[in-house]
Design a protein around this ligand. Structure first.
Ligand code: Q46
Ligand code: ZN
Ligand code: ZN
Length: 321
């Protein structure tokens, strides 16, 4: 990742990574230390976790969720994982294998839920049946199943692997639209409320490149390929735009997001809906603003639809038709 003669800022040993936003290069040991420090700073600074928390990590088999799980266990937290089989062809099969291998090698507990086996549908079919972009049905399914598993399993907090790039991209999108309700809720910690578990994002101070490097240095195998359904996703365009700015001006991404959290989010506190209009879904009991929750609507439409493969859904263009 860096020229061989580069030296670590801390110990002057051979550097393995150059981090322009810190204006420094680091050896493997001090890079890992920097990552731990950033995660501890996020956990303590935002009041994310207590030592006696029972943590459930939403695991996808990609670098971020495996890095999050690894970091928490390394820092001494008690954390189990949950993997949801989304039925997105080879991508899901392989990502499930990475998640399972990670847990098995470390003796960690990984719960799994398979959409097709347990709910009679998969994400390509749901996308076709609901006539929406795949990420819409996928997001609703994952949110519901992770929330439910956390509550049913007696976990006190749900951890997701969202990194600084993810959070900055979402913030960029919300800002471009001046979507005040979303901006008001874009926090790295959401308290438990009205049938939702507490949710936290301990990697929110680490970039995508840093979580990938964490996995490489720690010898964690993860699925490198992106989900085939992400192509054309606005989120990716926002990330690319922010990366172009970051290239010119290192540190911009971190200051955009972290200064928002520190300076702007408190001003939006009054805009935060407290969920008073939520009531139990008539089918599953999960909190919802309508009669039937988004998940149950996806299940109902998709389970009645004949299965659609990811190849058929994406067509020859490799993008959602
Ligand atoms: S898995 Fe699902 Fe992502 Fe694929 S369909 Fe979209 S939301 S891109 S994290
Ligand atoms: Zn060093
Ligand atoms: Zn429901």
């Amino acid at each position: 990742m860096v020229a061989s003669h580069s030296k670590c800022r801390v110990c002057k040993g051979p550097a393995v990574i150059d981090l322009p936003r810190h204006n420094a290069k680091f050896c493997a040991h001090h890079f890992l230390e920097l990552c731990r420090r950033q995660v501890v700073k996020a956990i303590d600074g935002f009041g994310m976790l207590r030592r006696d928390d029972r943590i459930l990590v939403a695991v996808s088999g990609g670098k971020d969720s495996l890095a999050a799980w690894d970091l928490l266990v390394e820092l001494g937290y008690q954390a189990d994982g949950l993997y949801v089989g989304l039925g997105i062809g080879d991508y899901s099969d392989v990502s499930g294998q990475y998640a399972t291998a990670f847990a098995a090698e470390r003796g960690l507990t990984l719960h799994t839920v398979d959409l097709r086996q347990e709910y009679g549908y998969d994400i390509p079919t749901a996308a076709r049946a609901t006539r929406r972009v795949p990420c819409s049905a996928c997001g609703a399914s994952k949110r519901h199943l992770f929330d439910r598993a956390a509550l049913d399993g007696g976990y006190t907090v749900l951890v997701t692997g969202h990194n600084l790039d993810d959070e900055a991209a979402v913030l960029f999108g919300n800002t471009l639209r001046w979507d005040v309700p979303y901006l008001a809720r874009q926090l790295p910690v959401l308290a438990a409320r009205h049938g939702f578990p507490k949710k936290v994002k301990p990697l929110c101070r680490l970039t995508e490149r840093e979580t990938a490097a964490w996995c490489v240095v720690r010898g964690i195998d993860y699925l490198v390929e992106e989900c085939p359904m992400a192509a054309g996703n606005r989120h990716l365009a926002y990330k690319a735009a922010l990366n172009a700015i970051e290239e010119q001006s290192p540190g911009t991404k971190a200051s955009f997001y972290l200064n928002f959290i520190e300076r702007m989010a408190p001003l939006l506190a009054g805009e935060r809906a407290e969920g008073d209009d939520l009531h139990p879904c008539q089918r599953c009991g999960a909190p919802t603003t309508g009669e039937i929750c988004a998940f149950c609507r996806v299940v109902e439409k998709s389970a009645a639809h004949e299965p659609v493969s990811v190849e058929v859904l994406l067509g020859r263009k490799g993008r959602v038709a």
